[in-house]
Design a protein around this ligand. Sequence first.
Ligand code: GRF
Length: 215
Amino acid sequence: MGAVPPLPDATPVVVLVSGSGTNLQALIDASDDPAYGVRIVAVGADRDGIPALDRAERAGIETFVLRVADHPSRAAWDAALAERVAAASPELVVLAGFMKLTGAAFLARFGGRTLNSHPALSPSFPGMNAPRDALAHGVKITGATLFVVDEGVDTGPIVAQVAVPVLDDDTVDSLHDRIKSSERGMLVEWVGRLARDGHSIDGRRVVTPPNRRNL
Ligand code: GRF
């Protein structure tokens, strides 16, 4: 399927990354199928030298890097990020392991259509160390949450969630690896659904039309 170009009406998506990019890879692989309805038009990062950028380059996707340290302030970086993402004209933005909070300028442009994936069952365990925090708390079930980004830390309206059991012998790494495996499936399924069928937001509820094509 890799040689088949996307349908012209595939939804343009920008993906932002900071790390290994396994979630990005899952989206790249899914996008190879024209029926998936997603065209990744650019991949952006807040740092150089990460495997996620190599994955994008291997797939022939345009990349860019905007480092906070190269800007006079966090707000200036956020405005530059919004400009750069806008230049790719996406309809959806997906934060896939992007380890920065987007700010006011970014949300003014892309609020309501920026998705983020968090490795916990929100509203439990927001922040950077969710698998560690879930393990330390002793929960028996954790998981991953896909949500629409708002001003808070992992607080936005929830698109989808997947549950993952915590095993007695789990380490932070083994738990996070298992979460990521489920997280990838959820991300691929729901980014595709939103790209193909759209969504609306009613208060805290994300409303999606029925999954007509059942991909
Ligand atoms: C994911 O678990 C994501 O939810 C978290 O960081 C991980 C990113 O992994 N914020 P990858 O870079 O997609 O492999």
